[in-house]
Design a protein around this ligand. Structure first.
Ligand code: SAM
Length: 359
């Protein structure tokens, strides 16, 4: 199969700490998976000392939202090992990720898991998690939050939306479903190779609920209208607008479990998996402050930090940098205004699961 063009693969999150400043939705959403990660750290078999215990964080972005889960796992491990046992934390992301922002968080954030524990050794890997990126049987605990909904590539343009969940084009929906299945199996195979026997992987990621609802409807409609407005204003061409797609999927519980229909998949088994609805903290805040402009700005910032870079990267040509900046500014303004005009709750379906390397 031909390599996809660079602009048909997802872009990293907004750099220079932008993702860290606008990812409270993800932070709140992942918190119901923390007890799973704590339980995994309590139960997982450990290698003989002095071998380092390896925790891998797949799709870390700029690291702020990794602090709490990694601290949680370290606390459970320290209760078993005492002080001094070396623990390696490997944060992984795409090569273009802002790893400098991640290191700044580790060094300076008051919640950094490095505080008070000199035997923790963080490092990073800048490679796609759809291949094996760590040595065989080296990982004791894996964590992945809000990351595996990103496909490895855009399988097809979406003619009638930015997000395939709201497209009426059945061929396009099928192309995304096939890519989602292939990517999920590739992710699982790679993690199966990296985990030690008995190693645990806890995943929290976007999903579809039991009714097949992906959620974020108002946000996505406002974004799609915003892209249209950028095209009408001449900031982007019709061809560029047509190529803009968000390569994320919300898998159903059945889709998550499909590789495990025969029991284990590449030696991984499911210890528990469920779909849940995350608390909509932006709506809760609107309920207490009644500030519609802040409501629109918060959902816009969530979208700008996570999705706008992938949309903007299709803008090419000699003036691409300036046009991308204008596009992001106008899209953000339009989206925020549209959302502020009609505040409504947002459905946030997520999956959480624990996988164990048994084979
Ligand atoms: C929404 S952020 C989640 C960051 C953080 N884990 C959190 O919970 O807030 C998703 C991250 O997954 C990364 N990502 C997407 N596809 C990836 C891939 N194929 N390999 C590695 N990282 C990937 C993105 O670059 C991004 O930093």
């Amino acid at each position: 199969m031909a390599e996809p063009l660079p602009s048909t693969t997802p872009a990293p999150m907004e750099g220079r700490g932008g993702y860290n400043r606008a990812s409270a939705v993800q932070e709140h959403g992942a918190s119901p998976a923390l007890p799973l990660f704590r339980a995994a750290a309590e139960a997982v078999p450990l290698a003989e000392s002095p071998a380092a215990i390896v925790i891998a964080d797949y799709g870390a972005s700029e690291g702020r939202n990794s602090l709490e889960p990694i601290r949680t796992a370290i606390a459970a491990l320290r209760a078993r090992t005492g002080a001094g046992r070396a623990i390696t934390v490997v944060h992984t992301d795409l090569p273009g990720n802002d790893f400098a922002a991640l290191f700044a968080v580790l060094a300076g954030d008051p919640n950094s898991y490095l505080r008070g524990d000199p035997a923790i050794f963080p490092m990073v890997v800048g490679r796609s998690f759809y291949g094996q990126i760590l040595p065989p049987a080296s990982v004791t605990l894996g964590w992945s939050a809000w990351a595996v909904q990103w496909l490895s590539r855009v399988p097809a343009p979406i003619p009638d939306q930015l997000q395939v969940a709201y497209s009426k084009d059945s061929a396009v929906r099928a192309a995304y479903a096939a890519q989602a299945d292939a990517d999920w199996r590739a992710f699982l195979s790679a993690r199966a190779a990296e985990l030690r026997p008995g190693g645990r992987l806890v995943i929290v990621t976007m999903a579809c609920d039991a009714e097949g609802d992906f959620g974020y409807r108002a946000c996505l409609d406002a974004m799609y209208a915003g892209v249209g407005s950028c095209m009408t204003a001449g900031l982007i061409t019709t061809a560029e607008a047509a190529r803009m797609a968000i390569p994320t999927v919300g898998r159903s519980l059945d889709e998550f479990l499909a590789p495990f229909s025969g029991g284990a998949f590449d030696g991984l088994t499911v210890e528990g998996a469920e779909i849940f609805l995350a608390e909509d903290d932006i709506w809760r805040r609107f309920g207490s402050d009644g500030d519609a402009a802040a409501f629109g700005a918060r959902w816009m910032a969530f979208s700008r930090a996570s999705v706008f870079p992938t949309l903007a990267q299709v803008i090419e040509g000699p003036d691409a940098e300036a046009r991308r900046a204008s596009f992001v500014a106008r899209l953000g303004d339009k989206m925020a205004a549209e959302l502020a005009a009609r505040p409504e709750p947002t459905k946030i379906p997520l999956a959480r699961m624990t996988l164990v390397k048994t084979g």
